[in-house]
Design a protein around this ligand. Sequence first.
Ligand code: IYR
Length: 219
Amino acid sequence: MNEPVFVPLTDRHDPGLPPEEAARAFHDVMRRRRTVREFSDRPVSRETIEWIVRTAGTAPSGANKQPWRFVCVQDPEVKRQVRLAAEEEERAFYAHRANEEWLEDLSPLGTDPDKGFLEVAPWLIVVFKLIREDDGRQVYYPTESVGLAAGMLLAAAHHAGLATLTHTPSPMAFLSKVLGRPDNERPFLLVPVGYPADDCRVPEAALSRKPLDEIMIVR
Ligand code: IYR
């Protein structure tokens, strides 16, 4: 057993505004985040991606195990392999894996098995969940932990003026193979990152957000 060591909490974030104003200003940034499927090939620097991944890595996690890994792909050949493998799964999804209700729910989004964005976006961040540490030790709440980190990844990209797509080709096992990841890492999310295309359009149906009184209950 390790004895806990405590240190004073000194490095605090001070928004310099009353909390109502700071929270409102952040909402004004975040409400403009949109999932996009039409990306520009405009480059994004590796440094930008590194800061975004560092931010994701600040997420809380079970017993601070940080059970995540972010494989950042910019090599066109690797992106191509990801696209080809993803499209194979997606063709099966749209042809027979998805049931009628699922296809009906997706119809307003206009999605299809063509995943050209996987080659156009300058970066693909493939988020992996660790189901064990590299040395075989346990991790705790890995799904919750990596979900929190992924949310922070999206927020960090948005804050940097970049668009993302949370893409979950199903099943995702091909990502472990294409990217040569070990068995203790499981693909969790595939996130293309880049600028939206100049003529980018987004589905109208996806613009709506539930009103506060539908998502918040105060007791
Ligand atoms: N993975 C498929 C289908 C899809 C599923 C959901 I749930 C979405 O929110 C969007 C798409 C695809 O990417 O086309």
